[in-house]
Design a protein. Structure first.
Length: 501
């Protein structure tokens, strides 16, 4: 009964006209940036953070959430039609989706992607609603030692689940932690790593760092990789799948939803890992594995369901614990902090309308996406003809105005430029920038809880091991590190992401 009353409160908030409008804007923008290759939800949310200043907290989070899961829908359109994933998590969809399009089955492929995404998103939102209250109640029992151990486990897991080299991911986490420590000491207020620059005496501006690492760096990377695009399916004769195609998609959709829901909760998981893992599982269990890569329906249904389920269950640790599972959730945490909200379990108690409003808006947003995506496929295809060299100046101007509007400080623009160049060079070096942002957001949180735990225990380090929950989390972190460096696990980990290149 409590769950039903909470959901009623949430629908009351999410169905307010202004929230419905911004939910629609969010999913529409999400689909748009999902369709346009190379922009992505992380860069877009980073660019839009300044806008959230003028909105109510629940309105801004509903819009930003819509952008995230909306991008998972949009990314499949270009992946299927032109073999160019608009969003990283749709890279696997391109393998079989594009082959279906070449065989004249572009319509059914797009419909399978949309219907699978809708089902997975709906189920994942149910899981978010069901697990939100018990996890919040558990989190209220956490002290500083438990929070330190939980964040440490999150950082370790994000390293283990990051793409590419584990050592490079670890280096990015450490670099992010160091940038997060710039400014005033938590306890004494002493200046650290400021190099005498008064503008960063408090801390580095989160919005400027995020826009630099993801917004500006993405622009530089996309200008370098700009290529001609050829749409293979401009005319779609049949949209809905027939009975046989529908029967073939049911199993992969169910398995993809289950796998994505689990992996989305894990730090560093989310939509990208879920889609790659789902494709690998389907290929392993298939009776006709030779069809994969040649237009297999399971190769579209499973990863599309998994990436949407993973995108939405990644809200669970962010909403209940205040711990971001991936870079987008780190931006959502940043948006909450900008609004003066301390992320964590107290949000559900102190601001239930925000907490449950965001959850219920996901159902509304998923319904909007199904109604938007299939009828507007022709429009999305036409957008692909816009040259990126025309788009990027507008994006750059928008980013600059947004960053400056936060503090009316020119130094923030220099910060964007610095982190933009840093993000670009990191990508060129094969380093994934997402762990850097996670480290940047979680660094101050882990330091604060470490200092509090040590103060309460009067400097006794054993406090992290004598408290059962804290000890269990640290043991789990150690096991994750031990397992991920096993040769067999390392090889399997590389196999899961082998298609991404």
């Amino acid at each position: 009964m409590e769950l039903l009353s909470n959901l009623a409160l949430g629908f009351g908030a999410s169905l307010e006209p202004v929230n419905l409008l911004y939910c629609f804007i969010g999913v529409l923008l999400g689909t748009l940036i999902g369709v346009l290759p190379g922009i992505g939800p992380t860069a877009t949310i980073a660019m839009l953070l300044p806008i959230t200043f003028g909105l109510k907290p629940e309105t801004s989070l509903i819009m930003l959430a819509g952008i995230y899961y909306g991008a998972q829908y949009g990314g499949s359109t270009t992946a299927i039609l032109i073999n160019l994933p608009g969003e990283s998590s749709s890279a696997v969809t391109a393998i079989d989706g594009y082959q279906m399009a070449r065989k004249g089955k572009a319509g059914p492929a797009l419909a399978i992607a949309a219907l699978g995404s809708f089902f997975a998103g709906t189920v994942a939102t149910v899981l978010v609603a069901v697990f939100a209250t018990p996890l919040t109640e558990l989190a209220l029992q956490f002290g500083p030692a438990e929070y330190f151990s939980l964040i440490f486990l999150g950082l370790v897991s994000s390293v283990a689940l990051a793409h590419g080299s584990i050592l490079k991911a670890l280096a990015m986490i450490v670099l992010g932690l160091l940038f997060g420590l710039v400014g005033s000491d938590v306890t004494s207020g002493a200046q650290r790593f400021t190099m005498g620059i008064p503008e960063i005496s408090d801390k580095l501006e989160f919005v400027a760092v995020a826009i630099g690492v993801f917004g500006l760096a993405e622009i530089l990377k996309n200008l370098e990789n700009e290529s001609d695009r050829e749409v293979v399916a401009t005319k779609i004769s049949r949209l809905l799948p027939n009975r046989e195609e529908f029967r073939e998609m049911v199993g992969p959709v169910l398995r993809g939803t289950a796998l994505g829901s689990i992996l989305g909760i894990l730090p560093g998981g989310g939509a990208i890992l879920s889609s790659f893992a789902a494709y690998t599982v389907e290929k392993k269990i298939s009776k006709t594995p030779w069809e994969f890569g040649k237009g297999a329906i399971a190769g579209v249904a499973a990863p599309e369901s998994a990436n949407n389920a993973g995108a939405q269950t990644s809200f669970i640790p962010m909403l209940t614990l205040g711990i971001p599972a991936n870079a987008v959730m780190a931006l959502m945490v940043g948006a909450m902090i900008i609004q003066g909200i301390q992320p964590g379990p107290n949000v559900a108690i102190e601001q239930p309308e925000l907490f449950w409003g965001v959850i219920t808006s996901m159902w509304i947003g998923n319904l909007m996406l199904v109604l938007l995506n299939l009828p507007l496929i022709g429009l999305w295809v036409k957008l692909l003809t816009i040259p990126y060299t025309v788009l990027f100046p507008a994006i750059l101007v928008f980013c600059s105005i947004g960053v400056f509007s936060v503090n009316s400080n020119v130094f923030d623009l220099y910060t964007v430029a610095f982190f933009g160049l840093l993000g670009y060079f990191l990508v060129k070096l094969g380093c994934e920038p997402a762990p850097l942002l996670l480290g940047f957001v979680l660094g101050p949180m882990i330091e604060e809880n470490l200092r509090r735990a040590m103060t309460i225990s009067r400097g006794d380090w054993t406090v992290f091991f004598t408290r059962p929950l804290s000890a269990g989390l640290l043991i789990a972190a150690a096991l994750v590190l031990a397992v991920v460096f096993l040769p067999s696990v390392k090889a399997k980990r590389e196999e899961v992401f082998q298609e991404e290149g």
